[in-house]
Design a protein around this ligand. Sequence first.
Ligand code: SF4
Ligand code: SF4
Ligand code: FES
Length: 399
Amino acid sequence: MVTTAGPARAMKVLNVTVNGIATGCAEGARVLDAVKSAGFRVPTLCFDERVGPKGTCRACLVEVEVDGRKQTVAACTWNAQEGMSVATHTQEVREYRQTLLELLLSETASPAGCPRCNSFGKCELHAACEEYGAKWDRFRPLKRREKADDPNPFIQRDYDYCIACYRCTNICNEWEQAAAITVDGRGQGSKVHSFFNNKLLESPCTFCGQCINTCPTGALTDRKVVWKTDAAKVKRTKTICPYCGVGCGIHLLSQDGQVAGVEPDFTAPSRGSLCVKGQFASWEFVRSEERLKYPLIRTGSVRERGPAPHSVGAHNGSSRTSGTADASSNAAGAVFRRATWDEALDLIASKFKAIMASDGPDAITCWASARAVNEANYLMQKFARVAVGTNNIDNCSRT
Ligand code: SF4
Ligand code: SF4
Ligand code: FES
């Protein structure tokens, strides 16, 4: 055992060998940590590092040997020890994993119809089955869990693909602390159930989407995307959620050049967490017919002038103003006309000047945004202090 003296406290480093490769891991680390640091991978169907090991699925089973004593243990729950040697892919361990995966498959619907595999990419369960040659029809099929009859607009709950790993209930209760879903029943009769009538809209669910994103199967998927995309054509682009100042990491899903959905970026500082806006709405407005595409200057209201030609149906998007129309109204009845950028900016400058002349510069407050780059925020405070002459400058992140 090696002891490294850090600036704050000494840390013991355990010498562990994985498949013959020496690796060091911190005292208290799991065998799974040693396996990963040595560059190997085992299926971890019930493991989400944000909530820690649960030991439910047993797919991560490995053979460990310490002082000549061999054991087969779950890598996620077992602690690494000094001098331990780990074997992750012996013939026996591989056969064990194959059988275990086939048992899990026997309680699910056919892999061919898996919603996640078809729309997003291979799910963890079916990727592992492919790797270990596990067959769906090896064992007599067990009675499947029932799909939830839940009309919520965000989460599709196809429990006939559920393997009872309970990552979803763990993430909901321990990480999100929303406590919207729980385990009902035991063994083969167990199922995921939401409080109050098994309808998520009637439960404490915040629609953060974490259950979808941790589920290793097609049991939980994003209803706005599933069956609308083709997994073979979906591309992922790493970016930042555009909604608020927190800036959570996301991957934008796109197909044929069109934005099609979102998945969280687990490598970002946000560690995969999103809110309902980030998960289900941060991409939709890109394609909205109601996007503002050019400056509009308000000229009055519908009540004052009567309906404008080509009025905008902002409430339902049913009658958009065309790009060449010169007037429109919004749902609140305000009437606008299309303007050039020069015209719009001149109008804004003249309004600022009028307010400053009549009420002084402190009548104006400027708000910067955490979603803008530092240079833009710097310019905003310069504009407030130098151009306007006020110290009323703040940032949306403080609100
Ligand atoms: S969306 Fe979030 S709050 Fe709702 S059940 Fe899933 S994890 Fe829980
Ligand atoms: S729904 Fe998904 S995450 Fe939840 S228990 Fe079933 S397989 Fe696991
Ligand atoms: S990942 Fe270790 S038991 Fe499931």
